[in-house]
Design a protein around this ligand. Structure first.
Ligand code: NAD
Length: 399
């Protein structure tokens, strides 16, 4: 019986998916602290958490049966990934489940800012009837400049073109242009030619403060700026100055260098109180659809890992996906990545006349992950010998 412990009120879709496999699922609505988790994790094969539960090395030491951890969220900073890899415990998250939600928020903001809806809305609530069309535009025919053409940037590219926008993008990596999107040779080219500039870069250290006064000065007068990527990327004083000086006609910001810790804490920012500026509390990916998708995605990853041992998209173990064939036994060998491990495993198998039908190895940093499919039987001695290898971190046998 596979025992599953789900913390922090994980979505019902995930519970249903895991129960459908016949797993014994225990759901807890809150996070657990380290001491409580150490007690509850014993005998658990799959642990599901969200952002508040810390999975420390001490928790992993106490987890005598743990096979995988599902982070039912995007970030995995709350898990000691190195300690998990050292125990051969795979960690999975849901990096793409909220992509569509971020894209839809960006589209809605591009339209709202281009039509100056925030000002019209504020005027109406203050009792001011102002029917003027000044500064209000259609987005059709305007040029959207996407900085960072990854999961979110590419999906936004497709939707924006479908709404009649022209799309340019700039990415530091080589990226295939989708549909009619134009790849800019430099960030400067994008800034000088776009009516709307939207940032979808990742949070690598080099991106801290990468968009500031120089970049705003390059943008077209009266253009619009969005940041739904990372708070550290943009200099907010420079953004405020660009708005106040009329370089920018509007902005939407969802992420901030310093975000309040809890609901109700004061939000402090240079951007408060400015006209035609939409401020949202880091909700780009926060929709009920994204939550449900996260539940499905991570639960599926855990189930596949239990049955097949494939590690595609694991955040801490090497990625290996070997298609499963009927009637085979599968040996999964997590090991310390030193030269000669594969040869040693295969010589043990050969000595015992084990017939290898398929095999795949991948390494990542300190660890290697080897899947071997075998037909026919194997003796316990084979497994004992593999377990006894100095480099072996963990051995699982799946059939
Ligand atoms: N607001 C939210 O709630 C929310 C939700 C999900 C994701 N995000 C953030 O959105 C961003 C994009 O997510 P994604 O899934 O598309 O990421 P991704 O990794 O798929 O794409 C990022 C792209 O940016 C490019 N890039 C990195 N630095 C660059 C630079 N300086 N100039 C040009 N290109 C650069 C990369 O090459 C990559 O193609 C991430 O920072 C993510 O954390 C925010």
């Amino acid at each position: 019986m596979v025992r599953v412990l789900l913390l922090e009120n994980i979505h019902a879709d995930a519970v249903a998916r895991l129960e459908a496999e016949g797993y014994q699922v225990e759901s807890v609505s809150s996070a657990l602290d380290e001491a409580e988790l150490i007690e509850r994790v014993q005998g658990v094969a799959l642990l599901g958490i969200r952002s508040k539960t810390k999975v420390t090395a001490a928790v992993l030491d106490a987890a005598d049966s743990l096979v995988a951890i599902g982070a039912f969220c995007i970030g995995t900073d709350q898990i000691d990934l190195v300690a998990a890899a050292a125990k051969g415990v795979a960690v999975f998250n849901a990096p793409f489940s909220n992509t569509r939600s971020v894209v839809e928020l960006a589209v809605s903001e591009i339209i709202a800012l281009t039509r100056r809806l925030t000002e019209k809305n504020a005027g109406m609530h203050a009792g001011v009837w102002d029917k003027s069309a000044d500064g209000a535009h259609e987005i059709r025919g305007r040029r959207l400049g996407i900085v960072g053409y990854g999961n979110i940037g590419t999906q936004l590219s497709v939707l924006a073109e479908n709404l009649g926008m022209h799309v340019s993008f700039y990415d530091t990596a080589d990226k295939l242009a989708l549909s009619n999107a134009h790849r800019c040779a430099s960030l400067e080219e994008l800034l000088e030619t776009s009516d709307v500039v939207t940032l979808h870069v990742d949070g690598r250290p080099g991106n801290a403060g990468f968009f500031g006064a120089d970049q705003f000065a390059r943008m077209r007068r009266g253009s619009i700026f969005l940041n739904l990527s990372r708070g550290i990327v943009v200099d907010h004083v420079a953004l405020r100055d660009a708005l106040a000086g009329g370089r920018l006609a509007g902005a939407a910001v969802d992420v901030f260098p310093h975000e309040p810790k809890g609901r109700g804490d004061e939000f402090v920012s240079e951007l408060r109180g400015l006209p035609n500026v939409i401020l949202t509390p880091h909700i780009g990916g926060s929709t009920e659809e994204a939550q449900s998708d996260i539940g499905d995605f991570v639960a599926n990853k855990l189930v596949h890992f239990v049955h097949e041992g494939n590690t595609t998209l694991s955040v801490n173990l090497p990625g290996v996906a070997l298609p499963q064939q009927d009637g085979m036994s599968r040996i999964v060998h997590v090991h310390v990545n030193t030269p000669g491990v594969l040869a040693q495993v295969n010589s043990i198998l050969a000595e015992h006349k084990v017939n290898v039908e398929g095999q795949l190895l991948s390494t990542r940093g300190e660890y290697g992950y080897l899947i071997t499919d075998i037909s026919g039987g194997y003796s316990d001695e084979v497994l004992d010998r593999l377990r006894a290898m100095d480099q072996t971190v963990r051995l699982r046998v799946l059939s």
